[in-house]
Design a protein around this ligand. Structure first.
Ligand code: SF4
Ligand code: SF4
Length: 179
């Protein structure tokens, strides 16, 4: 199994150095019509699975320190129920409704790093918002969300390593007959 790069400083520098390579991959995929979106997503899921499995998010938590976290009303209610605090209190104390609305969302956690981060662990893990549960997202629509994914490569070791693994595979994926 490859040694995945997980050092955050290294990731930051390497992602900047490989940004153009990632963008070339995006142009290649957007221009390609031999492989449809669903088959491409299947390849990406196969490439990402062992990387997601191998990288321990409890030793990182960089997304919890660095990203805006958006919530739905259902997320707020689940959190309130889980921690036995009235949802009105959760909303007032932790959620910025206006900032959420400006991004087209119901709400956004006020603080960054996240107020619920304890060391490198989520103190509300079972009640965390859906956006935290699904991060990082590669599929569906890898091809058409790749620009956003590339932006996350400098802060997330999983994203960086998946994109590098994709660079190694993209020729085979879009031109299988040349292999
Ligand atoms: S709710 Fe938990 S998983 Fe989500 S950003 Fe905060 S600490 Fe991280
Ligand atoms: S999802 Fe990425 S940034 Fe977040 S903890 Fe895991 S490896 Fe780190």
């Amino acid at each position: 199994m490859p040694d995945w790069i997980i050092d955050l400083n290294q990731i930051n520098q390497l992602a900047a150095a490989r940004h153009d390579d990632f963008e070339v991959m995006r142009y290649m995929l957007e221009a390609d019509d031999d492989i449809d979106d669903s088959r491409l997503d299947t390849y990406v899921d196969q490439i990402a699975a062992p990387i997601i499995e191998a990288i321990d998010c409890t030793q990182c938590a960089n997304c919890c320190r660095s990203l805006d976290v958006y919530l739905t009303q259902a997320d707020a209610q689940r959190l309130a129920t889980g921690v036995h605090i009235p949802v009105e209190h959760i909303t007032t104390q932790y959620i910025d409704r206006q900032a959420g609305a400006e991004a087209g969302e119901w709400g956004k956690f006020r603080s960054q790093p996240c107020a619920f981060l304890s060391g490198k662990l989520c103190s509300i893990y079972d009640q965390r918002p859906e956006s935290c549960r699904i991060y990082p997202v590669f599929t569906p629509d890898f091809r058409w969300t790749l620009a956003d994914t590339i932006e996350g490569a400098s802060l997330c070791p999983i994203i960086y390593n998946v994109l590098v693994a994709m660079l190694d595979e993209v020729d085979k994926i879009i031109r299988p007959d040349t292999e």
